[in-house]
Ligand binder design. Sequence first.
Ligand SMILES: C[S@@+](CC[C@H](N)C(=O)[O-])C[C@H]1O[C@@H](n2cnc3c(N)ncnc32)[C@H](O)[C@@H]1O
Length: 293
Amino acid sequence: MKIFESGQRVHLVDKKGRQYALTLKAGETFQFSGDTISHDELIGKSDGSIVTLSRGKKMLALSPTVAEYTLKMPRGAQVLYPKDLALITMWADIYPGARVFEAGVGSGALTIALLQAVGERGSVTSYERRDDFARTAMRNIERFLGPVPNFQLLQRDAHEGIDCQTGDGETLYDRVVLDLPEPWHVVPHAAKALRLGGIYLSFVPTVPQITQTVDALNHTRAFGMIETFESFTRNWNIQGRSVRPDLRMIAHSGFITVARRVEQVMEVQSLSSEMTDPSIQENGDTAPDWDGG
Ligand SMILES: C[S@@+](CC[C@H](N)C(=O)[O-])C[C@H]1O[C@@H](n2cnc3c(N)ncnc32)[C@H](O)[C@@H]1O
């Protein structure tokens, strides 16, 4: 059972699912539309409890998930949406023990997701150009995760390079994850900083940014398996017989580009070689390469 303690972040959720964030501090009072509840009443309660405010309104007290926390935490820069955080951690294949380089940090939403995924055995090193954003991010990160000895946040410009040499000349990083406007300037540094087989991932909101990023990845000849994709999530309203998609959704956030650091780029097959490829059937469809498909 998780019991709320002073210093912890708690979300109070009303009947309509609206969430109100507070950081517990003995002696303080939470106020909401003329209703109040003292933090002391929440401290010692279990995660998932129902609490009653001064005028009788009932609310659910929950320990926020990463998705809930990052949507409600103070922002310097725009945060990544949970749908993109989920895809980034999966497609960058952030695993326990991984050594990750990240830039820029913004408000720290992606950093929190990366730190959770690498766990105590892994590490995250992040560059953020703006000192004010770096400070907001550090507060956000520590308020959610507590002290993070495996995290290094440096006020640096990632366009100028990624420090990646250990004493014995080994490159440091398993993964490079970028959420900044011009990732193509960082691509040559990522090629040097990533170990062979390592993964590069960047997130950008517009099509010209993808083109420049993919051009830069191809230009280095150090990356293969380059893919770009986007995602949509659409919530559904399920109330009695009213079962339908919500009227509003986030129609666009951005594009994810992923690439693998390789020793040598394999030539892309030309159309003429595809024509002689036995796996291409006469109608142009690719033949299944499994038995009985
Ligand atoms: C969109 S925000 C990142 C948001 C972050 N991923 C989050 O979820 O909270 C982009 C950040 O990149 C930083 N940035 C832009 N160019 C940079 C560079 N060359 N080096 C380091 N940081 C940079 C900006 O200051 C900004 O904070």
